[in-house]
Design a protein around this ligand. Structure first.
Ligand SMILES: *[C@@H]1O[C@H](CO)[C@@H](O)[C@H](O)[C@H]1NC(C)=O
Ligand SMILES: *[C@@H]1O[C@H](CO)[C@@H](O)[C@H](O)[C@H]1NC(C)=O
Ligand SMILES: *[C@@H]1O[C@H](CO)[C@@H](O)[C@H](O)[C@H]1NC(C)=O
Ligand SMILES: *[C@@H]1O[C@H](CO)[C@@H](O)[C@H](O)[C@H]1NC(C)=O
Ligand SMILES: *[C@@H]1O[C@H](CO)[C@@H](O)[C@H](O)[C@H]1NC(C)=O
Ligand SMILES: *[C@@H]1O[C@H](CO)[C@@H](O)[C@H](O)[C@H]1NC(C)=O
Ligand SMILES: *[C@@H]1O[C@H](CO)[C@@H](O)[C@H](O)[C@H]1NC(C)=O
Ligand SMILES: *[C@@H]1O[C@H](CO)[C@@H](O)[C@H](O)[C@H]1NC(C)=O
Ligand SMILES: *[C@@H]1O[C@H](CO)[C@@H](O)[C@H](O)[C@H]1NC(C)=O
Ligand SMILES: *[C@@H]1O[C@H](CO)[C@@H](O)[C@H](O)[C@H]1NC(C)=O
Length: 434
């Protein structure tokens, strides 16, 4: 297949020859079909899919004050983006729903969440659909208010002595716990700073990232899951895990959030410390993959016993993070390295975990191994799988059609833009943040 041609046309990466193609399944009509079915099956009392059972792969739904609630509405927005990029054809199935309507309607259930309803630091994840809405309609006051309100809630969890926003609440308030996942929540601060001009929010984000760089990352580029600080002295009390195999091991999803989060920090600031950190985390992630190319739930968990299941969500988050990182690089060689690795992760996880008979797209997700919750589909694993496909199209690295090269003379394979849409948004790689 001749991807080189479309790459040079879109990105002027004339030297780039991809080592692997995009897996066909990412653009399968099963993707819109399954997501559409999940929207139809949403319970009347507002709840959102988080993960599936392990036998039949049926979605289990959770109340809005769950950290994952934003991903399913955001998946509606992601398919709206895909429809704009790819058009709707009988083969791609994207015409079966109005994804924007679905994403908007589903996100309404998140609007009433507040600090008293248990969402704590997770406002960043929960805000994804509102950030998406502002790409579609930057004037939408409901979404503007939600972004600003959630950012204020996260800022209220900042402790200047520690230099971080607090993750989990604790019975001893001086025990200040921060998880690597929170690198993903900083984008909401930049979004709100852009909307309001409040520079304090940006400085909270860089402080959190700087402190995380100092304490969460080991010399070899691996990460601790949890750092406990003393909130009155700022001292590090403890470095440990919550969801990994051991305190000193590397939980793969945390490592993936870190790759993504630091690549985004570089995008937001141009501070090269963040770029080199994202590269180090990515290098550790890729260098520590087993020979089958499948991302284990923890890089240091022994093969057997106990069992070492994969985490398909860590694979899709890392793949999307690597694509974001490739966007920040300036040389073709550096871009290519991360793109090739992203494609390899996507191919390998598709081979293992693509599951036509399940409601989720992928199986083999590990929600929480210490809590005995694994071998499931996961809403954020599917979300980043779709997102990775969208970004590959936007970057000119994949056609919309099941891995076949773009047919430049076929109108059906060309991105479609209507005047209304193109005036509302400009489609650029990693449109605003991820
Ligand atoms: C504005 O955004 C909200 C929340 O994302 C959404 O529910 C609503 O439909 C949007 N309104 C318009 C007019 O697009
Ligand atoms: C900027 O945001 C911070 C954190 O939410 C807040 O304390 C401060 O009052 C805001 N400043 C202005 C001028 O609104
Ligand atoms: C934090 O430091 C203060 C002052 O030294 C001490 O009273 C408190 O117990 C410490 N908290 C923790 C969780 O170590
Ligand atoms: C974070 O570190 C960068 C240098 O890498 C510095 O420019 C920035 O001011 C720091 N942020 C804060 C809040 O100290
Ligand atoms: C973690 O600590 C244990 C016990 O000290 C040690 O055996 C193991 O090699 C360490 N693992 C890593 C990844 O450093
Ligand atoms: C980063 O640098 C690029 C190239 O000079 C510039 O276009 C971009 O606006 C800068 N971004 C930020 C956030 O400063
Ligand atoms: C993938 O999931 C299947 C069950 O769906 C399981 O049998 C297999 O062991 C899993 N593989 C890994 C590497 O997690
Ligand atoms: C992993 O992906 C790469 C690139 O797509 C491929 O060459 C390799 O065979 C895959 N490995 C497995 C075990 O599927
Ligand atoms: C991709 O190309 C192959 C070979 O020409 C063809 O058999 C297949 O149907 C194509 N797939 C799609 C989705 O167009
Ligand atoms: C590309 O699309 C055009 C128009 O639909 C069609 O005539 C042509 O055969 C296609 N070429 C290939 C290689 O599929």
């Amino acid at each position: 297949m001749s991807l080189t041609r479309s790459v040079s046309a879109v990105l002027s990466l004339s030297a780039l020859t991809l080592a692997a193609s995009t897996p066909d399944q990412i653009f399968s009509p099963d993707v819109p079909l399954k997501v559409s079915n999940a929207f139809k099956a949403l319970p009347t009392a507002i709840q959102y899919p988080q993960y599936t059972d392990t036998n039949a792969g049926n979605w289990l739904d959770f109340s809005p004050n769950t950290w994952t609630s934003g991903f399913f509405p955001a998946t509606g927005y992601a398919l709206n983006t895909r429809k704009q990029l790819c058009g709707a054809t009988p083969a791609n199935g994207l015409g079966m729903a109005d994804w924007l309507d679905l994403g908007r309607a589903a996100s309404n259930g998140l609007l009433t969440l507040d600090a008293d309803h248990g969402i704590g630091h997770d406002v960043g994840f929960i805000s994804f659909p509102f950030e998406e809405e502002l790409l579609v309609n930057p004037q939408n006051q409901t979404a503007i208010d939600a972004v600003n309100r959630f950012a204020t809630m996260l800022a209220a969890r900042f402790n200047p002595t520690v230099g971080c926003t607090r993750s989990w609440d604790t019975t001893d308030p001086t025990d200040f716990q921060v998880i690597i996942d929170n690198m993903m929540n900083l984008e909401i601060l930049f979004q709100s700073a852009d909307l309001t001009g409040n520079a304090t929010l940006r400085s909270i984000a860089t402080s959190h990232a700087n402190t995380t760089m100092k304490n969460h990352i080991r010399d070899d580029g691996s990460t601790w899951h949890v750092i406990e600080y003393n909130s009155t002295t700022g001292a590090v009390i403890k470095k440990r895990t919550a969801q990994g195999y051991a305190d000193n091991s590397t939980w793969s999803r945390g490592q993936a959030w870190g790759i993504y989060g630091f690549a985004n920090m570089y995008k937001r600031t141009n501070d090269t410390n963040y770029l080199s950190t994202a590269r180090r985390l990515a290098t550790y992630f890729l260098d520590n993959l087993p020979s089958d190319g499948i991302v284990p739930w923890d890089f240091n968990a022994p093969l057997t016993p106990p069992p070492r299941p994969a985490d398909s969500s860590a694979a899709t988050i890392a793949a999307t993070g690597l694509l974001l990182l490739s966007q920040q690089e300036t040389t073709d060689a550096d871009k290519q390295k991360w793109i090739d690795s992203a494609l390899q992760l996507l191919n390998n996880i598709t081979t293992l975990a693509w599951k036509p008979s399940w409601q989720s797209l992928l199986s083999n997700g590990t929600v929480n191994w210490p809590a005995n919750n694994f071998l499931t589909g996961i809403v954020y694993g599917d979300y980043y799988y779709i997102k990775a496909g969208n970004e590959l199209v936007t970057m000119g690295l994949a056609s919309c059609q099941s891995g076949n090269a773009t047919n430049t003379t076929d109108p059906a394979s060309q991105p479609q833009t209507s005047p209304a849409k193109s005036s509302a948004r400009r489609l650029t790689p990693f449109m605003s943040r991820w």
